[in-house]
Design a protein around this ligand. Structure first.
Ligand SMILES: [Zn+2]
Length: 185
């Protein structure tokens, strides 16, 4: 396996539509292995092939419950909306609030060409949506919430979530929110 270079938003390849994967061969396996290694090394939760300059419809995702490989994914249904902070390995240091489906049903092939159906929600749905967008040449800065929550509101949300997660009394000093960021296209 090898770490590949992640292209950044200045590279016009990120705006192009990726082509279907047709050959489920050793070369695809190497690409997917490299993508996973590159994602983990960057502490990312998802990576699309176009981000390593390969215009094919291949994605790796791991939100902490195991690696998923999505080849030629198709969205079967979407439900609800969620507005969460989001980032991208191709836009380092940029975090904005986006609008995404709360739940998604997606079918996709694995590296052997077998089809699987995934029902995902919450953060995993946000991640699936973000990565599938990459295959269409769409960046998360095109999914911004027009009425984002204020930094103070995000402080409160993160504080509450952290308290819930750790079952502890909220401690403001532990809250970190990216402030004063503006969409920079
Ligand atoms: Zn991305």
């Amino acid at each position: 396996m090898a770490i590949r270079n992640v292209v950044t938003k200045k590279d016009p390849i990120l705006r192009l539509k990726s082509r279907p994967v047709k050959k489920f061969d050793e070369r695809l396996g190497i690409l997917l292995d490299d993508m996973a290694e590159t994602m983990y090394q960057s502490n990312g939760v998802g990576l699309a092939a176009v981000q390593v300059a390969v215009l094919r419809r291949a994605i790796v995702v791991d939100v902490g419950d195991g690696l998923i490989e999505l080849i030629n994914p198709e969205i079967l249904s979407e439900e609800g909306t969620q507005c969460e902070m989001e980032g991208c390995l191709s836009l380092p240091g940029e975090y904005y609030e986006t609008v995404r489906p709360e739940k998604m049903t997606v079918k996709a092939q694995d590296r052997h060409g077998e089809w699987h159906t995934y029902e995902v929600e919450g953060f995993k749905a946000q991640c699936f949506s973000h990565e599938i967008d990459h295959l269409e040449g769409v960046l998360f800065t095109q999914r911004l919430n027009p009425n984002p929550k204020s930094p103070e509101e995000w402080d409160e949300i993160y504080r509450a979530r952290r308290a819930e997660k750790e079952n502890l009394t909220p401690d403001l000093d532990d809250v970190k929110v990216i402030r004063d960021t503006k969409p920079g296209e």
